[in-house]
Write a protein that binds this ligand. Structure first.
Ligand code: ATP
Length: 361
């Protein structure tokens, strides 16, 4: 019991068996369906999933804007499930920024501290520190209505960070920005998180954003947490079909397992990952882990090139196996224009050792 308490204190936020239902009876929607998650202190954690999967609902339970139907929310080991939002050391940055247009940048940033009744000198010192942190020193006395979208975003971040929350919640904060600015702000957010050491919980439906920014990612679908892991774990070791296909392009292939060897269509055999059960399984392999040779050599899987797409830095091939199974291969840099394989050609397919992943469902 004591060990459990200590471990909980090491987590910034924990949800235990969180359920959130909206509406009654047949019309009830389970926005969260038994979600348990542990978010560690000081990490950049991303909740990733398609629209309607429950990301915002989980964030709102952590912020205290909603109460769960059942389950518990903990902050550093303490039960905060029913604590009002203003009593939680948690702040939120909304997609809409929600800045006060008639106040200056400095007044916006200092607003929360002033409401808490902090001494004037302390408010000014913190505001100055925050202005430097988001590199807006020169804009301190401008009205926020006179700022660009990127600058408004920085003010919203500075305002949320000013009271030194233990956890900062960010609900799709970059979605209103154009692509170039978005990239720039991704770097900024990462820098702010590292410099302040505050736990960030970031919500996005953009898989690339999640992969590049996060220490760990929680992938959600239909009110359930599908998998939690580092970007590399999520990308290279997806547990199920949803996670594999939501994060990047991939191939699914049927295989027969005897526990140690996987036999794929055409009799191609690879080593089964440890713990693979015997029987019919589904294997996933990323296109860039599919290797091609211009002729079907021994130990490769013969396939016919059906489509060739030039993508600038790489070539993408659609292949058909003899039984009609489709595979996509993405060949990077080692096949250039002239050497490219042509549609109709028969090639040999191999997978990079260890690249094939057996899915749970
Ligand atoms: P998005 O990326 O579109 O914001 P999301 O993953 O954040 O999606 P949620 O906003 O958490 O998803 O919504 C999850 C589900 O709960 C959806 O089906 C949504 O329609 C439903 N829902 C959310 N809030 C309410 C509410 N107040 N009343 C009824 N249903 C709700």
């Amino acid at each position: 019991k004591r060990e459990r308490v200590t471990l909980s204190q090491q987590n910034a936020v924990e949800a235990r068996n969180a359920v959130k239902a909206f509406g009654q009876g047949d019309n009830a929607v389970r926005a969260l369906n038994d979600v348990s998650i542990e978010i560690r202190k000081g990490e950049f954690f991303t909740l990733l999933g398609p629209s309607g999967c429950g990301k915002t609902t989980l964030l709102r339970l952590i912020a205290g804007f909603e109460m769960p139907t059942s389950g518990t929310i903990l902050l550093e080991g303490a039960d905060i499930t029913y604590l009002p939002p203003n009593q939680r050391p948690v702040n939120t940055v909304f997609q809409s920024y929600a800045l006060f247009p008639h106040l200056t940048v400095a007044q916006n940033i200092g607003f929360g501290l002033q409401m808490q009744g902090r001494p004037k000198a302390e408010v000014k010192a913190t505001v100055d520190r925050m202005l430097a942190l988001v590199k807006l020193e020169a804009m301190a006395s401008r009205k926020t209505s006179q700022l660009s979208g990127g600058q408004q975003q920085r003010v919203a971040l500075a305002r949320a960070l000013a009271p030194s929350p233990k956890v900062l919640l960010l609900d799709e904060p970059l979605s209103a920005l154009d692509l170039k600015l978005r990239r720039e702000m991704q770097g900024e957010l990462k820098r702010l998180q590292t410099e302040t050491g505050i736990t960030f919980i970031f919500v996005t439906h953009d898989q690339e954003e999640a992969l590049t920014m996060s220490d760990r990612i929680g992938v959600m679908s239909a009110g359930k947490l599908q998998q939690v892991g580092t970007p590399r774990e999520i990308y290279t070791r997806p547990h199920n079909r949803f996670v594999a296909s939501f994060i990047g392009e991939t191939n699914f292939l049927p295989a027969t397992s005897d526990g140690s060897t996987l036999t794929l269509p055409g009799g191609y055999q690879i080593e089964a990952p440890a713990g693979t059960k015997a029987g019919q399984v589904t294997v996933t392999v990323r296109p860039e882990q599919v290797k091609l040779s211009p002729t079907p050599e021994a130990g490769t899987l013969p396939a016919t090139v059906r489509g060739v797409v030039y993508m600038g830095t790489d070539m993408n091939y659609q292949l058909h196996l003899a039984d009609g199974t489709e595979i996509e291969a993405c060949v990077v840099s080692d096949v250039t224009g002239e050497a490219a394989l042509a549609a109709g050609q028969t090639v040999g397919v191999r997978f990079t050792p260890g690249a094939a992943q057996v899915l749970e469902d």
